[in-house]
Ligand binder design. Structure first.
Ligand SMILES: Nc1ncnc2c1ncn2[C@@H]1O[C@H](COP(=O)(O)OP(=O)(O)OP(=O)(O)O)[C@@H](O)[C@H]1O
Length: 896
C-alpha cells in the first residue's frame, strides 16, 4: 500500500526534465532486471563453453573420476580428488553430461547459445531473437552429433556423444552404413542449400553493399588530387548549398587540417587543396560531410535502410523509446534521404581513372589521405589463391612415363620348346581303357560309355556308369582300380563336378613339358585385361590356365621338395614381368634359403620394394622379415587412408581417378603400384618367429586385397604347424604339388589327391570351389636370368621402391607381454564383447561398460598382449584374432 501511495504521489510532483542520456524510471528498472539476467546467462554460457573446450584436453584424466563416483552429487560435493577441467568439478560434470552423455562436441553450441541469449538480454532484444538462437542450436546439435559419429565411429573422444551414437546405431540398423551416409548427406545438403543459403544471402548482399560504399566513399578523397573543371566545382558547390546541411558535424577533421607538408605540392595541382590548407572549418566539414552524405545516400539507394528495418523490428520498446528520446534531444537525426541524381559520380567512377591518378602521383610524396587509396587498392578483388590450382595438363596421367624408354621383355628370351602334338600311343590308350572297364566290371560296376581326354601329363578317362551304380562305390574302389591299372598317380574324380560322369586320371607314359613361351604368346595371355595375370600352366584338356592373382587374391603353394615349387614361383613372377610395367608392380621378396629368389636382385631398381636404408633387396634375415611385414601393414594402412580420401573402394578405382587427374598429388595422392609379397620358404619363418610373422601375414591377407597388396607363400613342409588355421583361412587359393602323404594333401587343400600327383610340375589348384589338375609351365633358371638381365640392363628408378619405415613396439620388435594375474576385472567380459562384435574398438568398450578412456585403453592393451586383438591401427578398430567365443573360453581355461 505504501508503495501505491508513493506511486500515486508521483504525478502530483512534476518530474524534472530528464537529463540527456537518462531514461524514465520504469524503463530503467526493467532494464536493470534484464541486465542482471543477461549477465547471469552470459557468464553461464561462457563458463559452459570454456568447460567444454577444456574437456577436449582433460576428458582422459577426468572421465575415470566421474565414472568412479556413485552419483553426480558425490562427484560434485563429496569427492575431493582434483580434476583437470578448467571449470573445476562443476565444469567437468557439465562438460561430461553435455559432451559424453549429450551431443558431443556440438554441445558447444549450447554454451555459445546461452552466452548469446545473455548478450541479447543485456541489449534488450525481443523474444524472436531467442527463438532464432534456439533453432540454430537445435539444428547444430541434431546434425553435427550424428555426422561426427558417422565420420569418426571409432574416435576415442566422444565427438558425437550419446546422441550421435544412438542416432547412428539406429540408422545403421535401419538403413545400413551406406544408407545412413546417404541420408546424412542429403540432410546436410538440405540445410546447406535451402536454409543456410536463404539465411546468408542478405548477409552476402550486405557485404557487397558495404564494399560498394567503401569504394564510393573514397572517391571524393581521390578527387583532391585531380585538377577539376572550375565549372564543375561551381556546380558542385551550388548543389552542396542546396543539399541539407549535415545534421551531425564530423569533428575529426584534424587529419585533414594536419597536412601542411603536402599542402604545397597539392596546391600546385589540385582544386580543393587551398580549401584544406586554409583550414577553414566550413570547407573541411564540407569535405567530410560529402563522404557521410554519400554513405547515407548509398544506404538509401541500395536499400540498406530497408535492411535495417528488420533489425529495428528486433529492437525492444526500451530501445525505441531511447531512440525517440535521442531524436528529441537532438543527439542524432534520422538519415535524410538524398535524391539519387545528386551524386551521379558514385556510379560514374571508373577504375582506370583511379589507376591513372595513382601513376601521375607516383613521384610526389604521398599525402596521408592517399593511404586510404592504397588500402582501397588492397581491397580490390584479387584472383583467389587456389583458383588456379589445377594440374597443368588435362591429359590422363600415364604412370609408364616414369620410365618412358622401358621395353618389355621379348619372347625370344624364353627357350623355344616345340610342343609336340599330344600323341598318346593308341595302343596305350586302348590298353588303359580295357583295363579300366575290366577292373570296374570285376567289382560289379557296369559301364555305359567311356571317353578319353589326353593332357600333357595325364589322360582323363570319363566313365558313364550303368544305371543304379552308386558313385561312392567307385570312390571306395580307388586303390583297387589303381592297383589293377598298375600305374602311379591315378586319381579318381567321382563325380566330375558339373557332369554326371566319373573321371579317372591316368598318367601318360611320356609326359610333355608345358612351354612357358607358348603360354606367354597365347592370345589369352597377350590380350587379357587382368590386373595381375599369371600363366600357370595347362589344364588336363590342354587349355591354357591363366588367372588373375588380384582376384585370388593370395596364393599358398606347398609340396614336397623337388616337385616343382620353385619352377612354379618363377612361372608366376615371369608372367608378371612380361605383362607389367615397373611403375605398376613391385615385389617384396623374402627368401630365408637365400638362393631361390636371389636371381631377382638384378631388377631391384625396377620391380623391387624394400625398407628404406636396407641394403639387401631380397630379405633373408628373419628379423628384417618382421620389420618388412610391419612396413607392409603400414603401407596398407596408408593406402586405405588415400582410398578413403579419394572416395575409392579399391586400388583399381583409386588409380583410375588418379590417371584421370581427379586426385591432387599435393594432397599426398600418388599412383599406387600393386605390391606382391613373395615368401619362398614359409616354414623357416613360422618355425623361427611364430605369431610375429603369422599375425601380420594374416592381417595383410585379410585386408590388403583392396589396396593392391597380394601375397604368395611357398613351403615344402605342408604340416599343420606351418599351414595353420589362420593362414589357411586367409589363403583361399592354394596350390599343391606332389606330397608324400594324404594328410599333407588335406593340410594344403582340405582334401586328398596331391599325394597321387606325378611330380615335376604336376599340381592341383584349389581356387574358389573348384579343384583343378594342372601341369605347371616350365621356366628354367637360365630363362629367368635372361629376363631379369634384360630388364636390369635398362634404365630404372634411382632406388628400390621404399616401404614406409615401420614403428616397432619395442627394440626387439616383440609383442607386449601379458600377465594373466594382473588384468582388469572386466578383462574377460571385454574380451567376450570384442569377440562377439569382431571389432577391437576402445570406444565401444567405453560405451558398453561405462568405462573411462584410460581404463578402456588399458583393457585393450591387455587384450592385445593376450593375443586376442591385434595392434592399434590409427583410429580404426583392432583386428580380433579369435573367431568364436568357444575358442575364447578355451583360452581362458589355459589361463587358470
Ligand atoms: N613344370 C615343370 N615341368 C617340367 N619339369 C619340372 C617342372 N617343375 C619342376 N620340374 C623339374 O623338377 C625339378 C625340381 O623342381 P623345383 O626346383 O621347382 O622343385 P622344388 O619343389 O622347388 O624343390 P625344392 O623345394 O627342393 O626347392 C626341376 O629341376 C625340373 O627338372
Amino acid at each position: 500500500m505504501a508503495t501505491t501511495k508513493t506511486k500515486k504521489a508521483i504525478p502530483t510532483v512534476p518530474e524534472p526534465p530528464l537529463p540527456a542520456g537518462e531514461l524514465p524510471l520504469h524503463i530503467d528498472r526493467k532494464r536493470q532486471i534484464r541486465l542482471g539476467f543477461g549477465i547471469f546467462f552470459l557468464l553461464t554460457g561462457v563458463f559452459t563453453t570454456v568447460s567444454i573446450i577444456s574437456y577436449y584436453y582433460s576428458w582422459n584424466a577426468d572421465q575415470d573420476k566421474f565414472f568412479s563416483s556413485n552419483s553426480l552429487s558425490q562427484f560434485l560435493f563429496k569427492d575431493h580428488t582434483p580434476v583437470a577441467n578448467w571449470g573445476g568439478r562443476m565444469g567437468a560434470a557439465i562438460a561430461h553430461l553435455l559432451v559424453y552423455s549429450g551431443a558431443g562436441i556440438a554441445s558447444m553450441a549450447i554454451g555459445i547459445g546461452i552466452a548469446a541469449i545473455g548478450t541479447n538480454l543485456i541489449y534488450g532484444k525481443k523474444a524472436a531473437v531467442y527463438m532464432r538462437y534456439a533453432r540454430w542450436v537445435s539444428i547444430v546439435l541434431l546434425l553435427l552429433a550424428p555426422v561426427l559419429t558417422y565420420l569418426f565411429p571409432d574416435s576415442p573422444f566422444p565427438l558425437g556423444g550419446a546422441l550421435g551414437n544412438a542416432t547412428i546405431s539406429y540408422f545403421n540398423g535401419l538403413l545400413g552404413v551406406a544408407g545412413t551416409g546417404m541420408a546424412l548427406l542429403s540432410i546436410v545438403l538440405f540445410f546447406v542449400f535451402v536454409i543456410f543459403a536463404l539465411d546468408i544471402s542478405p548477409f552476402i548482399k550486405k557485404m557487397k553493399e558495404r564494399a560498394a560504399i567503401m569504394a564510393a566513399s573514397l572517391k571524393p578523397v581521390q578527387e583532391f588530387n585531380k585538377p577539376e573543371d572550375p565549372a564543375a566545382i561551381d556546380e558542385e558547390e551550388e548543389e552542396e548549398e542546396k543539399a541539407a546541411v549535415a545534421p551531425f558535424a564530423i569533428t575529426n577533421t584534424d587529419e585533414i587540417q594536419a597536412m601542411p607538408a603536402t599542402g604545397n605540392k597539392l596546391k600546385a595541382n589540385t582544386g580543393h587543396v587551398p580549401l584544406i590548407i586554409a583550414g577553414e572549418p566550413a570547407n573541411k566539414e564540407w569535405e567530410m560531410d560529402m563522404v557521410e552524405k554519400k554513405l547515407d545516400h548509398i544506404d538509401n539507394h541500395m536499400g540498406l535502410v530497408d535492411a535495417n528495418i528488420e533489425e529495428e523490428a528486433e529492437m525492444s520498446e526500451e530501445e525505441r523509446l531511447f531512440n525517440e528520446w535521442k531524436t528529441d534531444a537532438g543527439v542524432a537525426e534520422p538519415h535524410q534521404p538524398v535524391e539519387e541524381d545528386e551524386y551521379p559520380e558514385v556510379e560514374a567512377y571508373e577504375e582506370e581513372d583511379y589507376i591513372e591518378e595513382e601513376e601521375e602521383d607516383e613521384e610526389a610524396p604521398q599525402p596521408e589521405f592517399t593511404f586510404e587509396v592504397k588500402q582501397q587498392e588492397n581491397e580490390r578483388p584479387t584472383i583467389k589463391h587456389g583458383a588456379h590450382i589445377s594440374i597443368a595438363s588435362n591429359e590422363p596421367y600415364a604412370p609408364e612415363l616414369d620410365l618412358p624408354d622401358y621395353r618389355f621383355p621379348t619372347l625370344d628370351l624364353m627357350e623355344t620348346r616345340v610342343e609336340e602334338e599330344i600323341s598318346l600311343n593308341k595302343g596305350e590308350l586302348e590298353r588303359n581303357k580295357d583295363q579300366i572297364v575290366q577292373t570296374l566290371n570285376s567289382f560289379g560296376i557296369e559301364i555305359q560309355q567311356i571317353s578319353a581326354t589326353v593332357g600333357p601329363t595325364v589322360t582323363l578317362y570319363e566313365v558313364v556308369p550303368g544305371k543304379g551304380v552308386r558313385i561312392s562305390k567307385i570312390k571306395n574302389l580307388e586303390d583297387d582300380i589303381a592297383l589293377s591299372l598298375a600305374a602311379l598317380g591315378i586319381r579318381i574324380i567321382a563325380p566330375i563336378p558339373g557332369k554326371g560322369t566319373i573321371g579317372i586320371e591316368v598318367p601318360n607314359a611320356n609326359k610333355q613339358i608345358v612351354s612357358m613361351q607358348a603360354l606367354l604368346s597365347s592370345p589369352k595371355f597377350v590380350d587379357n585385361k587382368m590386373s595381375l595375370p599369371i600363366a600357370l600352366g595347362k589344364k588336363i584338356d590342354n587349355e591354357n590356365y591363366i588367372v588373375d592373382l588380384a582376384t585370388m587374391p593370395h596364393l599358398l603353394m606347398a609340396g614336397a621338395t623337388g616337385q616343382g615349387k620353385s619352377v612354379g614361383i618363377n612361372a608366376i613372377l615371369v608372367s608378371l614381368l612380361y605383362k607389367k610395367h615397373p611403375s605398376q608392380l613391385k615385389f617384396v621378396m623374402v627368401d630365408p634359403k637365400k638362393v631361390e629368389l636371389s636371381i631377382y636382385r638384378t631388377i631391384e631398381k625396377h620391380f623391387l620394394a624394400k625398407l628404406p636404408n636396407e641394403e639387401e633387396p631380397i630379405i633373408t634375415d628373419i628379423k628384417k622379415v618382421i620389420y618388412t611385414l610391419k612396413a607392409l601393414c603400414d603401407e596398407m594402412d596408408d593406402r586405405y587412408g588415400l582410398l578413403k580420401d579419394a572416395g575409392a573402394r579399391n586400388i583399381k578405382e583409386y588409380n583410375e581417378k588418379f590417371i584421370a587427374r581427379r586426385l591432387n598429388p599435393e594432397n599426398g595422392h600418388k599412383y599406387l603400384p600393386f605390391i606382391v609379397l613373395v615368401i619362398d620358404e614359409f616354414a623357416d619363418l613360422i618355425m623361427t618367429a611364430g605369431k610375429e610373422v603369422e599375425m601380420p601375414i594374416a592381417r595383410l591377407a585379410q585386408l590388403a586385397r583392396a589396396v593392391g597388396i597380394h601375397i604368395i607363400i611357398a613351403t615344402q613342409r605342408p604340416s599343420v604347424n606351418v599351414i595353420t588355421g589362420t593362414i589357411k583361412a586367409n589363403f583361399p587359393a592354394r596350390i599343391a604339388f606332389k606330397v608324400s602323404a594324404k594328410v599333407d594333401s588335406r593340410t594344403i587343400l582340405d582334401t586328398g589327391g596331391a599325394e597321387q600327383l606325378v611330380g615335376r610340375g604336376d599340381m592341383l589348384i584349389s581356387h574358389g570351389s573348384e579343384l583343378l589338375r594342372l601341369q605347371c609351365a616350365f621356366v628354367d633358371t637360365p630363362e629367368v636370368e635372361n629376363v631379369v638381365n634384360f630388364i636390369g640392363g635398362q634404365r630404372g628408378y634411382l632406388k628400390a621402391h621404399p616401404l614406409p619405415e615401420p614403428e616397432m613396439d619395442d627394440e626387439d620388435g616383440g609383442a607386449k607381454t601379458f600377465d594373466p594375474k594382473n588384468r582388469d576385472k572386466l578383462f574377460e567380459e571385454c574380451a567376450r564383447t570384442v569377440v562377439q562384435m569382431q571389432s577391437g574398438s576402445t570406444s565401444n568398450l567405453q560405451r558398453r561398460f561405462n568405462l573411462g578412456y584410460n581404463r578402456a585403453g588399458r583393457i585393450m592393451d591387455q587384450l592385445e598382449a593376450a593375443g586376442i586383438v591385434g595392434p592399434a591401427v590409427g583410429s580404426k578398430p583392432r583386428d580380433v584374432y579369435f573367431t568364436s567365443e568357444n575358442e575364447l573360453e578355451e583360452f581362458f581355461g589355459t589361463l587358470k
